[in-house]
Design a protein around this ligand. Structure first.
Ligand code: AHM
Ligand code: MG
Length: 328
């Protein structure tokens, strides 16, 4: 007998999505859940199959693409290009935005994503993630333009991530709280496990790459010193190097993740459109906040689909504090 309290992602979406979004937006989220299952199945085999290592291409960021990056990117494109729900996609792994092929109908939504974030961690069996954001076209008469893809995070209609960790989780928000689903590997279905996630009031962690301390901008070292000296609560330092995993842990236990600007990376490392903005949207939905150190990440309108931005994200008071130190 199936426990009636078991709520699948499909049922949850159907019952909780506002009526205007019960068609295509809900279906896009469900399509992403399907992509997540395929990517999760492949990442689980990473140590067994000959899929670990470089694919031999260099992506638009100048980084070598790992095979699983390419695989995950292709899965997401293939599941979403023909459904008639999207009018364009943007991927970290592709230089230009991805139009919907002529032979398929276009829909109203734009999907932006990083297919496999934290991919330097793949070869060492450490958690990685997929990040996504969904926008609505600016012009129903001419959907799928570059302008459609360059919207600020405050106009996101939904965002989320899939975390390939000790279990696979899909966490999303469509503007009514943040909800998490865990993939039951035997049933092959995402089951509601974390309804209405909120940052706890008392944080536990701060997460920065302290190897970069010498290259940090003014105010950063003082801010970290301030975090270290907090007495109530005392914070621990944790940094995985997979933003999805760092963000997820900090949202569950409370904390702040940051990737500041550096002398050699004046805009930091994280990409605004498909990494920072979706997580900032989730943070706000969970009672937290995301900033570039000066202003809300959700207010920044990208001028380039692959633009980078400094990121501070987590409990609101901790992120507002970094703004004081940086603008100081
Ligand atoms: P990627 O998109 O190439 O995987 O890079 C993004 C990742 C983030 O997940 C993580 O927070 C950061 O890069 C780690 O970078 P570093 O090793 O410089 O600390
Ligand atoms: Mg990435």
């Amino acid at each position: 007998m199936i426990n009636s309290k078991i709520i699948t992602i499909e049922r949850f979406l159907k019952e909780t999505q506002p009526s205007y979004a019960r068609g295509d937006l809900t279906a896009v989220l469900y399509d992403l859940a399907f992509a997540a299952k395929i990517i999760a199945a492949e990442t689980r085999k990473a140590g067994l199959l000959d899929i670990v290592g470089f694919a031999g291409n260099v992506n638009v960021q100048g980084e070598e693409q790992r095979k699983l990056d390419v695989f995950s990117d292709q899965v997401i494109v293939q599941i979403n290009d023909h459904t008639g729900r999207l009018c364009a996609m943007v991927s970290e792994e592709q230089e230009d935005f991805i139009p919907i092929p002529e032979k398929y109908a276009k829909g109203s939504y734009i999907l932006v994503y990083d297919p496999l974030d934290g991919s330097t961690n793949i070869d060492t069996n450490i958690s990685i993630g997929t990040i996504f954001g969904i926008y609505r076209t600016l012009d129903e008469a001419n959907p799928g333009t570059l302008e459609d893809c360059l919207q600020p995070g405050k106009d996101l209609v939904a965002a989320g991530y899939i975390l390939y960790g000790t279990s696979t989780m899909l966490v999303y928000s469509a503007g009514k709280g943040v909800h998490g689903f865990t993939l039951d590997p035997e049933w092959g279905e995402f089951i509601l496990s974390h309804e209405n996630i909120r940052f706890p009031e008392k944080p536990s962690y701060f997460s920065f790459n302290h190897g970069s301390v010498k290259r940090w901008p003014q105010g950063m070292s003082q801010y970290v010193e301030w975090l270290r000296n907090l007495k109530e609560p005392v914070l621990s330092q944790r940094y995985i190097g997979s933003m999805v995993a760092d963000f997820h842990r900090n949202m569950i236990y409370g904390g702040v993740f940051g990737y500041p600007a550096e002398a050699t990376k004046p805009d930091g490392k994280i990409r605004l459109l498909y990494e920072a903005a979706p997580l900032a949207f989730l943070a706000e939905q969970a009672g937290g906040y995301g900033s570039d150190g000066r202003q809300s990440l959700l207010e920044i309108k990208p001028t380039d689909i692959h633009q980078r931005v400094p990121v501070f994200i987590g409990n609101r008071d901790l992120v507002e504090k970094v703004e004081e130190f940086i603008t100081g």
